[in-house]
Design a protein around this ligand. Structure first.
Ligand code: PLP
Length: 392
C-alpha cells in the first residue's frame, strides 16, 4: 500500500470517542456501564427547533447556500452575539460551520504558518494541540492547575509570549476542568497583549450559556480585542444539538473571508435546513436551555459533594460547562491506569486527565451530562472501587 503524508503523524485525536467504543464493547459483553465520558447533553433538542427543521425541509431548504452561511442565520448570530457580549458585530463578521469545531481548524489554518508559536490551555480540548502540531506550528502549553482554580497564570502567559507567538487560545468555561476565566483575568490578558500586536486570540466560548455563578465574560469586551479575536460558539451544548452539527465563528471581516473560502474548499456550506433550525434556536423561546442549565447545576452540586466524600478524591466546584476534573493524586497511580481500571473493574466510563494533555495527569474528567440516578450509581461504584484500589 502507498504511504501517507508525514503530517498525519502529527495529527492527534479525541480519546472520548475511543473510551466510548471500549465502554460499548463491554456492554455488548453484558456489563452494565455508567457513561460519564462523553461531553454531550443527555437532553433532547427542544421541540420548537425540531419543528423548524421539518418546516425548512417542507419549504425546500435542501439546496447549496453561501459558504459563510445563510443570511438569515448570520444575521441572527450577529444579533445574538452583539446583544450577549455587548459588542458591535454584524452578519459580515459571522461564518457558520458544521459544528463549532471547524472554526478551530479553519481559524488556525488561516492564521498559523510552520514555526509560529501558539499558546493554548493544557489540560485543554485536545484538538487545539492536535491542529497546532498538524500545521507544523509550535504548541506552547499554558498549564491549568487546580491550586489556581483552573484559571490561567498571567505570569506564565507573559513569560511564554514571544516574537514568534501568533495565537493565544482561551476557553471559558473550560473543557475539561469546568473552570471559568473571570472578567478581571481577561482584562489583564488584553492589557498584556497590547505589547504583542501580531497575536490573534481564539476565544472558544462554546459553553458560554453554561455558567452557574455570575455572567459569562468575553475578552472581546476589552479595548483592541475585537479586531484580533475569533469567538467560537455554537448550538451543540446550549441547545442539545450535538448531532445536528451547527456552530459558528465571529471574527474580523478580513479573516471571515479567508475562513469562508476554506469552507468553500471543504464543506461548500452547512446544510440549509439545519441552519433554519439554528435561526429558530436563537430567535425562539429560551426557556428550554435555561431549564437544562438548572438541571446541570443540580447535577454538578450533587456529583461534587459525592466525589469529595470519597477518600483520595479532591474535587473543586467548577463554575461552568458540564465537567468536573477532580484530583486523584491521593490514589498514587497514573490517571490513565485509574481510568482504565475504573471502566474495566468498576463499570464507570470516565476520561484520564491525560486525554487533555500531559498536564492533565493526576486528574479524571467526569461529564455530568447524565441523570442524578446514574450519577448516584457511579458514585456508589466509585465508593467501592477507590478504597479497593488504595488497598491494592
Ligand atoms: N470547543 C470545546 C471546548 C468543546 O468541548 C467542544 C466539544 O466537545 C467543541 C468546541 C466543539 O463543539 P461542536 O460540537 O459544536 O463542534
Amino acid at each position: 500500500m502507498p504511504g501517507f503524508a508525514r503530517s498525519m503523524g502529527r495529527l492527534g485525536t479525541e480519546t472520548a470517542f475511543e473510551v466510548l467504543a471500549r465502554a460499548k464493547e463491554l456492554e455488548r459483553q453484558g456489563r452494565d456501564i455508567v457513561h460519564l465520558e462523553i461531553g454531550e447533553p443527555d437532553f433532547d433538542t427542544p421541540a420548537n427547533i425540531i419543528e423548524a427543521a421539518k418546516r425548512a425541509l417542507d419549504e425546500g431548504y435542501t439546496h447549496y447556500g453561501p459558504s459563510a452561511g445563510l443570511p438569515q442565520l448570520r444575521e441572527a448570530v450577529a444579533a445574538h452575539i452583539a446583544a450577549d457580549r455587548n459588542i458591535p458585530v454584524t452578519a459580515a463578521n459571522v461564518v457558520v460551520t458544521p459544528g463549532g469545531k471547524p472554526i478551530m481548524f479553519y481559524g488556525m489554518l488561516a492564521i498559523l504558518d510552520p514555526g509560529d508559536e501558539a499558546l493554548y490551555p493544557n489540560p485543554g480540548f485536545p484538538i487545539y494541540e492536535s491542529v497546532i502540531n498538524y500545521l507544523g506550528a509550535v504548541p506552547v502549553p499554558l498549564v491549568m492547575r487546580q491550586e489556581n482554580e483552573f484559571r490561567l497564570d498571567l505570569n506564565e502567559i507573559k513569560d511564554k509570549l514571544s516574537d514568534k507567538t501568533r495565537l493565544l487560545i482561551l476557553n471559558s468555561p473550560q473543557n475539561p476542568t469546568g473552570g471559568v476565566l473571570p472578567a478581571e483575568d481577561l482584562k489583564a490578558i488584553a492589557e498584556i497583549l497590547t505589547d504583542y500586536p501580531k497575536v490573534w486570540v481564539l476565544a472558544d466560548e462554546i459553553y458560554s450559556k453554561l455558567v452557574y455563578d455570575g455572567e459569562h465574560a468575553s475578552i472581546t469586551a476589552y479595548e483592541g480585542m475585537l479586531e484580533r479575536t475569533v469567538i467560537l460558539d455554537g448550538f451543540s451544548k446550549t441547545y442539545a444539538m450535538t448531532g445536528w452539527r451547527l456552530g459558528y465563528g465571529v471574527m474580523p471581516v478580513s479573516l471571515a473571508e479567508h475562513v469562508a473560502r476554506l469552507e468553500t474548499n471543504c464543506n461548500s456550506c452547512p446544510p440549509a435546513m439545519i441552519q433554519m433550525a439554528g435561526v429558530e434556536a436563537l430567535t425562539g423561546p429560551q426557556d428550554e436551555p435555561a431549564r437544562m442549565r438548572e438541571a446541570f447545576r443540580e447535577r454538578r452540586d450533587h456529583l461534587v459533594r459525592g466525589l469529595n466524600a470519597i477518600e483520595g478524591i479532591d474535587c473543586l466546584l467548577p463554575g461552568g460547562a458540564f465537567y468536573v476534573f477532580p484530583s486523584i493524586r491521593g490514589l498514587g497511580m497514573p490517571a490513565r491506569e485509574v481510568a482504565t481500571r475504573l471502566l474495566d473493574e468498576g463499570g464507570v466510563a470516565a476520561l484520564s486527565g491525560t486525554a487533555f494533555g500531559v498536564h492533565g495527569d493526576g486528574h479524571l474528567r467526569f461529564s455530568y451530562a447524565n441523570s442524578i440516578e446514574n450519577l448516584d450509581k457511579a458514585l456508589e461504584r466509585l465508593a467501592e472501587f477507590v478504597p479497593a484500589l488504595i488497598r491494592g
